[in-house]
Design a protein around this ligand. Structure first.
Ligand code: SF4
Length: 453
């Protein structure tokens, strides 16, 4: 997938008292969530109160070789794939984070971004806590431990910590008896759970349940804490708010087969494409999409307009993902090697090219050039999201505001910069209309600058 914003992380948790195969379940879960982070992968498993950890930089299948998995025997576990939104990309900063304190070992995986992590860390350091990483995930765990020392249970400590933490977070915590999953009161980041055998599974995206043949139950509500122990299942709701779920999860972060808050991601993308046509009514010879999320939105545009849809690009899956390359020149080169235009489909045609977003504009500019070089008469860019004008502070690694093309340029200027014959964005109202089947409220702060926190 061509990426312009960087995803956050993927998390998983397994509670299963009958078999010691938690690491295998997590292996396939993390493979399924690999699109959410490719820098590092890790897991902690628990068996009879003992916890084993393994984490490394790299992709899931490279990190967890068979001999590592056979060493990680346990009935319960938590796992993580990482893209760093806080802290450098180093082996130490990989997750899960594991600590030992008076009550035994405790581990945590986290997807999101804690805005006040620095202040909390300094306060904890003044009280004698020592940190071994520079991640906000370790801060969350340290805060929970410090609250656990003055409360009667781990769930009380989590609830107390949630009153202090500011930002977007979905977390899974494992102690020697329990698994505790919790989401911030705005519910920015996704987290679902289901039943697997006689146990439970938590995962950032519901597609994990599908892949594992587990039974998807539901998404966690904003501010909800779920505790699984030998006593069974307990839910604690800390707010009745409908929250502000990240609308970008639908636009392009999540896998198309996932359900987010009652709305299937692929269906949401079709809706976005349909809505684009309703707003702009632009006709042409053919509609194509920028793989992958742009393809489904392009299909929606085609359904609504009646213009034929065709694949416009061939993707080379063996080229490394563009966004993990640190330099602009390398990024452009990777794009060049990764997507090639399907000349026969676009030659001498007016083409509508649907893409999910424009961030810096480098990718779309290259793609439009490829189409024109391949013989397209005109290329109109249709964007299935509103202009991205503001940075995200809730777990998505966006460039600084000044690097966002739409924060410094008008639509007409952007059209000229990227070399399109026309540029059309979805409106904010159109975005919300396309997502109206979702049962939660939505965060649109990167489009309108109205930050909930
Ligand atoms: S600011 Fe944008 S990317 Fe960040 S949580 Fe909100 S909608 Fe998602």
């Amino acid at each position: 997938m061509i990426r312009k914003l960087n995803e956050e992380c993927g998390i998983v948790g397994v509670y299963n008292l009958e078999k010691d195969n938690a690491s295998e379940i997590m292996y396939y879960s993390l493979m399924t969530l690999q699109h959410r982070g490719q820098e590092s992968a890790g897991m902690v498993v628990r068996d009879n109160g003992n916890m084993l950890i393994y984490k490394q930089q790299g992709l899931v299948q490279n990190v967890f070789e068979p001999h590592i998995l056979s060493y990680l025997k346990g009935t319960c576990g938590i796992g993580h794939v990482r893209y760093s939104t806080c802290g450098e990309s180093t082996p130490e900063n990989a997750q899960p984070v594991l600590r030992k304190y008076r009550e035994g070992k405790i581990a945590l995986v986290h997807n999101g971004n804690i805005r006040n992590a620095k202040e909390i860390r300094h306060a904890l350091e003044r009280n004698g806590q020592v940190f071994t990483t520079d991640t906000d995930s370790e801060v969350v765990l340290a805060l929970i431990i410090s609250n656990r020392l003055i409360t009667g249970s781990i769930e009380e400590a989590v609830e107390k910590s949630m009153q202090v933490l500011k930002g977007g977070y979905s977390c899974i915590l494992m102690t020697k008896q329990k698994i505790v999953a919790f989401k911030d009161p705005f519910g920015f980041r996704p987290l679902s759970f289901g039943k697997i055998g006689n146990g439970y599974i938590f995962a950032s995206e519901s597609c994990v349940m599908e892949v594992l043949n587990a039974k998807y139950e539901r998404y966690l509500k904003p501010g909800e804490i779920i505790v699984i122990s030998r006593k069974g299942f307990e839910s604690i709701e800390t707010t009745k708010s409908k929250g502000r779920f990240c609308s970008f999860e639908y636009i392009y972060f999540s896998r198309p087969d996932s359900f987010m808050n009652g709305l299937n991601v692929s269906k949401a993308r079709l809706n976005l494409g349909r809505q684009l046509f309703k707003e702009h009514k632009l006709m042409a010879d053919v509609v194509i999409g920028v793989p992958d999320s742009g393809n489904t939105a392009a299909l929606g545009y085609s359904y609504e307009s009646g213009i034929p849809y065709n694949k416009g690009f061939v993707r080379n899956p063996y080229v490394g993902r563009t966004f993990i390359k640190p330099f602009q020149e390398e990024r452009a080169l990777s794009v060049e090697m990764k997507l090639s235009p399907l000349t026969e489909m676009i030659k001498r045609k007016d083409v509508i090219m649907v893409d999910d977003s424009i961030v810096r504009g480098t990718t779309i500019k290259n793609l439009i050039k490829y189409l024109k070089d391949a013989g397209a008469k005109k290329v109109f860019a249709m964007i299935s999201s509103p202009p991205v004008k503001y940075s995200c502070f809730y777990g998505i690694d966006t460039p600084k505001t000044e690097e966002l093309l739409a924060s410094n340029h008008s639509v007409d200027e952007i059209k000229n910069i990227i070399g399109a014959d026309g540029l059309y964005y979805l409106s904010i109202e159109g975005l919300l209309e396309a997502l109206k089947e979702s049962k939660l409220g939505h965060c649109i702060a990167c489009f309108d600058g109205n930050y909930p926190i």
